[in-house]
Design a protein around this ligand. Structure first.
Ligand code: 5GP
Ligand code: ZN
Length: 118
């Protein structure tokens, strides 16, 4: 079982393989997979394997995986063909409508998006 596994969390279950996903990238500490309900032609989620609830829970003890995620995002985007740009979003808690309480970064692309973000 993955370190930091949280039994009620669907993204921990995806990390553990209990719930299947279409993977875009994986290494020891992070996983990227295609969103089940895409909101753009390319919609990939990037998560730490460790259960961190949201951006609010990033701290000096767990931020290395977040830095790693942002180092890898350009490679994932390039592999997905997003040569014309993309958007990275993380919804944090209620006002942002975070539905899965396991930190994740949406990579959205493959179309010209709105200038508005809310
Ligand atoms: P949030 O609203 O928390 O920022 O984003 C959660 C995202 O997870 C949503 O875009 C939703 O479609 C996606 N999602 C929820 N459950 C699953 C699942 O079981 N598999 C995959 N691949 N994506 C999921
Ligand atoms: Zn989790």
């Amino acid at each position: 079982m993955n370190v930091g596994y949280y039994a009620m969390c669907i993204f921990c279950k995806i990390v553990d393989g209990e719930i299947p996903s279409r993977k875009a990238y994986e290494d020891d500490t992070i996983l990227a997979f295609y969103d089940i309900n895409p909101q753009a032609p390319v919609h990939i989620l990037v998560i730490p394997k460790e259960h961190i609830e949201s951006v609010d829970e990033i701290n000096s003890s767990n931020s290395a995986c977040v830095a790693h995620i942002f180092e890898v995002i350009p490679k994932i985007a390039a592999s997905a063909g997003l040569s014309n740009g993309y958007r990275v979003i993380s919804n944090c808690k209620d006002d942002a409508c975070q539905t899965v309480r396991h930190l994740h970064f949406h990579i959205l692309g493959g179309t010209r998006m709105s200038e508005k973000m809310v």
